[in-house]
Design a protein around this ligand. Structure first.
Ligand code: CU
Length: 189
């Protein structure tokens, strides 16, 4: 009975530990987080500790690049899979901070994701008409950002202002209600 109990406990520990072991974790990356990168077609290569779930191009195993300030995703999300690495090429000419976002489907189907920031400088006068990730499938068809769920959602630039406006309005209404109350009290006296 005691042996059965410990066997059961061990089984429980293994059952808890197994899912965590099965997930693809980022172990190496180019460019490095917080590094400075020269403008151009920037190759992003992310190595994981195990191969991802085999899914069609542009689905499940993804890399996207976004303007770090506004959150705007530049181009669609995609990644070429080679063994346990995901890679893509992003064209960036405008200097600034960029966020690289990734999402990977582990073999058991669980999703792992993360992001890091890079700083782009342009000392080579590189120019491109299309900022961001370049996603062409094996037939040369370009993926459309509008056909995908975004990895990086653009922040609403006016939401803070609007919120401030409603707070202000609330204070004015509360203030005038209080003012009216005191005026009434004074009139009574
Ligand atoms: Cu899992």
């Amino acid at each position: 009975m005691k042996l059965f109990g410990s066997a059961l406990a061990l089984f429980g520990i293994l059952a808890l530990a197994a899912p965590a072991l099965a997930h693809s974790d980022l172990v190496n990356q180019t460019p490095m987080a917080n590094s400075t990168v020269e403008a151009g077609p920037i190759r992003i290569n992310l190595s994981f500790d195990e191969a991802p779930l085999n899914l069609p191009y542009g689905q499940g195993n993804l890399i996207a690049i976004a303007d770090a300030k506004t959150g705007e995703q530049l181009g669609p999300a995609c990644a070429k899979i080679e063994a346990s690495s995901l890679s893509t090429i992003a064209n960036i000419s405008i200097p600034g901070e960029y966020k690289i976002l990734w999402r990977i489907a582990s073999e058991d189907g669980h999703v792992n994701q993360g992001d890091f920031t890079i700083n782009v400088v342009n000392n080579s006068n590189y120019s491109t008409e299309k900022q961001g990730n370049q996603c062409f499938d094996e037939f040369g068809n370009e993926l459309d950002i509008n056909d995908q769920e975004l990895l990086s959602k653009k922040r609403e630039p006016n939401s803070g202002l609007l919120e401030g406006f409603f707070w202000g309005l609330g204070f004015i209404l509360a203030g005038s209600a209080m003012g009216a109350f005191f005026v009434k009290r004074k009139q009574k006296n």
